[in-house]
Design a protein around this ligand. Structure first.
Ligand SMILES: NC(=O)c1ccc[n+]([C@@H]2O[C@H](COP(=O)([O-])OP(=O)(O)OC[C@H]3O[C@@H](n4cnc5c(N)ncnc54)[C@H](O)[C@@H]3O)[C@@H](O)[C@H]2O)c1
Ligand SMILES: [Zn+2]
Length: 364
């Protein structure tokens, strides 16, 4: 088992990563039970596939499921209402610790419910998608989506523990695994060049489900996120913005494709990273061979690397207009995460959107 500690003073917690951890859940989660029960928020798919496994791992402790429908739609006012009402019906107390058992949707929703019910109770994350294991379960950002946009209502609320069992990914759709893999590459590109070297050699093992390789890659990504979160828990110094590498371009691509199945979030991040590196190379910030390596890596694992392949060539102005509307803007400017090379990401708030549009029109 690997342990990554997220050091945030009294809000510090461990992220435990190990194959088979779910089977031994009692050892790690048992202490959070009250009267032999643990309230577990999950979605219908996850509970159907993995609920029994969690219950078996908990042994004498009874998991009391609180279920929402699978999918992004549950990260809503209505989803929050359902979860909060059920927590209260089950008599949740302020000192209780509830369990988020699912992907990023369940994690974000449960974390926010935990932040507000009884003015805040504890929660632990047991993430079941690769994206949630390497990204959303760590760092304490919780939110729901509202009419004005995604993730606009939420709270910073750190979990008390994150329990990651790569074994639960076996039932995950391979396309979801690849999309989550893009976020692992993102951490390597931000500030871990050695991890990128490792991924170039081990990507097939990680994607094929080799459990040791998966656990190593997940732990390395989580350690990368923990380092940044420790330095900028609430995104005030700007350092946490580095985690948006590939996301400014990526969100524009997602908006242009209507947040549809045409382009999953992680796929948009992959192409977004390629574009961020190409743009950096074009501006003389990053060596061209570094940008070429980034593209080659995403290409070889089957993630999108070309605008044209998605029918998005020549749409620079439209894509830039999505960036203009991006809620992450501050003081009227969009923060771009560029790179001086692999593992050397930098924040640049001085980029002209017209330059970006022109670059995107030239990009293929
Ligand atoms: N809080 C953060 O810092 C942060 C960071 C990144 C993303 N997010 C959020 O995460 C969400 C996306 O998370 P996601 O990609 O995990 O989506 P998700 O939670 O919707 O899961 C994707 C699908 O996979 C299913 N699933 C989950 N685990 C499974 C398993 N082991 N086997 C089979 N099916 C399984 C789910 O039921 C769902 O249908 C977005 O809402 C995004 O905003 C949050
Ligand atoms: Zn992301």
């Amino acid at each position: 088992m690997r342990t990554v500690t997220v050091s945030l003073g009294e809000r510090s917690y461990d992220v435990l990563i190990g194959d088979g951890l779910l089977g031994g859940a009692a050892r790690h989660l048992g202490r959070f039970a009250r009267d032999g029960r643990l309230l577990v928020v999950s979605d219908e798919t996850v509970w159907r596939l993995l609920g029994e496994q969690l219950q078996a791992g908990l042994g004498e402790t009874t998991a009391v499921p609180i279920l929402v429908a699978s999918g992004e739609g549950s990260k809503s006012w209505e989803g929050l209402r359902v979860v909060v009402d059920q927590l209260l019906e089950h008599g949740v107390e302020r000192s209780d610790v509830i369990v988020a058992f699912g992907g990023g949707v369940v994690g974000d929703l449960t974390g926010f419910a935990a932040a507000v019910v009884n003015r805040g109770c504890g929660f632990v994350q047991v993430p079941t998608t690769l994206l949630a294991q390497v990204d959303s379960s760590v760092g304490g950002k919780t939110a729901i989506n509202v009419a004005a946009g995604k993730n606009l209502v939420g709270a910073f609320h750190q979990p008390s523990l994150v329990l990651i069992d790569p074994g639960v990914l076996e039932t995950l759709d391979p396309r979801e695994v690849r999309a989550g893999y893009a976020e692992i590459v993102k951490y390597a590109l931000i500030e871990d060049a050695a991890l990128f070297d490792w991924l170039e050699n081990h990507a097939p093992a990680v994607l094929a489900g080799d459990r040791d390789a998966r656990a190593y890659a997940i732990a390395a990504a989580v350690a990368g996120k923990a380092r940044i979160v420790e330095e900028d828990e609430r995104e005030t110094s700007g350092r946490r913005a580095l985690l948006n590498l590939g996301h400014t371009f990526g969100h524009a691509l997602e908006a242009e494709t209507g947040y549809s199945d045409r382009l999953r979030h992680g796929e948009a991040v992959a192409l977004g990273c390629v574009l961020a590196f190409d743009f950096s190379a074009e501006r003389g910030l990053c060596p061209a061979d570094g940008a070429a390596r980034v593209r080659a890596h995403f290409e070889c694992v089957g993630l999108p690397t070309r605008l044209a392949a998605l029918g998005l060539a020549g749409k620079g102005a439209r894509l830039a207009s999505h960036m203009q509307r991006d809620k992450k803007r501050e003081g009227g400017r969009t923060a771009f995460i560029l790179a001086r090379g692999i593992g050397k990401a930098v924040v640049d708030r001085q980029i002209d959107l017209e330059d970006v549009a022109a670059f995107l029109d030239r990009a293929s």
